[in-house]
Ligand binder design. Structure first.
Ligand code: PXP
Length: 237
């Protein structure tokens, strides 16, 4: 499995003082030099962490694959079509949430999802929808033309180590296999950490894991390079 590192929380720390430190682009460079598959950033509607200028700067980094997480809004579509990141992951967004809570409901807005996806694919941007492990959502995504889903691992991460873990894990595994039978490629992420990431190897053919908070948190103690390298070993197995 490949590792994509979400560096949003480098920007969270920077914005706490409104200055320039820690520098988001330096973080992206360190991750890239560790050989990660993607640098992931979520440009939120309220710009609470990553800013437009961060995304633009990361996009200009040579030999760096940018995965832009964004809501399904006209503004974000315009930004993606202009910047042409390598991939976009379409996520739900609520202003009051602390982080992305729950996957996107693609089924109830399928027409919009199809219209949203088409111009992105025409620009050769890889499109993925961030969804819960739910067969209805998977079959909806299969109708959009998007080649990828990203499975929301939040529930699994939350109940990891409790008696509810097995059910949450089997839901993820079943959903991944179901999606692959539809011809979709499967990424996963949210809440994954150094303890719970190992079981992702039990899910066949996962392409990439997107991991942010636990890596940035560990980097405070061991440095970003070390934190990324440790996670990369756990992902690549
Ligand atoms: N994938 C998606 C679609 C996300 O929205 C997030 C959180 O921004 C992540 C992965 C990474 O989650 P975490 O920071 O909990 O590792």
């Amino acid at each position: 499995m490949l590792l994509g590192v979400n560096i949003d929380h480098v920007a969270t720390l920077r914005n706490a003082r409104g200055g320039f430190e820690p520098d988001v682009l330096t973080a992206a460079r360190i991750c890239k030099d560790c050989g990660v598959a993607s640098i992931t950033t979520h440009l939120r509607e309220d710009r609470r962490h990553i800013k437009d200028s961060d995304v633009e700067a990361i996009r200009m980094l040579p030999r760096t694959r940018l995965n832009l997480e964004m809501a399904m809004t006209d503004e974000m579509q315009e930004i993606a079509l202009r910047l042409r990141p390598h991939a976009v992951c379409i996520v739900p967004e609520k202003r009051q949430e602390l982080t992305t809570e729950g996957g996107l409901d693609v089924e109830s807005q399928l027409e919009r999802a199809i219209k949203f996806t088409k111009p992105l694919l025409e620009k050769n941007i890889e499109v993925s929808f961030f969804i819960d492990p739910d067969v209805h959502q998977i079959s909806a995504v299969s109708k959009t033309g998007a080649p990828f889903i990203e499975l929301h691992t939040g529930r699994y991460s939350e109940v990891f180590g409790t008696e509810e873990e097995e059910k949450a894990f089997q839901d993820l595994k079943g959903a991944a296999i179901f999606a692959q039978n539809f011809g979709l490629k499967v990424n996963a992420g949210h809440g994954l950490n150094y303890q719970n990431v190992g079981r992702m190897h039990e899910i066949p053919n996962l392409v990439e894991l997107n991991i942010g908070h636990s890596i940035i948190a560990r980097s405070i103690f061991v440095g970003l390079e070390q934190a990324v390298k440790e996670m990369k070993v756990l992902c690549e197995g």
